[in-house]
Ligand binder design. Sequence first.
Ligand code: HEC
Length: 189
Amino acid sequence: MKKYIILLLLVLAGLTSCNHRQENTDWDYMGDFDMYYSKAYESYAPNPNFKDGKTLQKPVAGTIAREFMPYPFKDKFGDKAKAGKLLKNPLKPSKENLERGKMKYDIYCAICHGKTGKGDGHLTKLVKNGKKLYPGVPANLTAGYIHAKPDGEIFHVITMGSAIMGAHASQINTDDRWRIVLYIKNNLK
Ligand code: HEC
């Protein structure tokens, strides 16, 4: 009889020890000791320490983020030729620069322009109800007219965007934008 009671208790303990909804972990042994729980504010959490009550703050006026040089041109189309004339690619097409250029190109550009640059990226192939999901026609970056452009002009397009294409200045740092230009010129032919 005693055996059955113990067995019954064990089964009951088993049934009640799990939280069916699995919303919390209930017991943690080291809790605060082991820094299980971050005391830092999450990026989008409200924050009483700042005037606007937000955790994510804008960069302080007059400061520059590391590796992100301010861009001297403001006009997307009007300054394109000027950028082509005045900006010189500071980097050489070394193996390292081309490899990193490819890595960044594959991440940020290939989705539209395609891995080989032909303008046939994954986004251009998505169709829903017989309609293309992406309305733009990405330029063929292997085309002669692209290769005839000075490096600075392609750099300007990556930095400011183009007609439909968005600006990439906030995602890709200055040197990596030049590396992408090198990669296009040297490897996407
Ligand atoms: C979301 C899609 C998309 C992404 C991502 C994208 N592009 Fe484009 N790109 C386009 C489209 C569409 C055009 C043609 C229409 C236009 O000029 O906006 C274009 C045009 C261009 C041109 C030609 C501009 C000119 O002066 O005629 C270049 C060069 C270019 N892209 C380079 C890049 C590079 C390099 C990247 C990655 C850093 C990139 N693009 C990322 C869609 C994209």
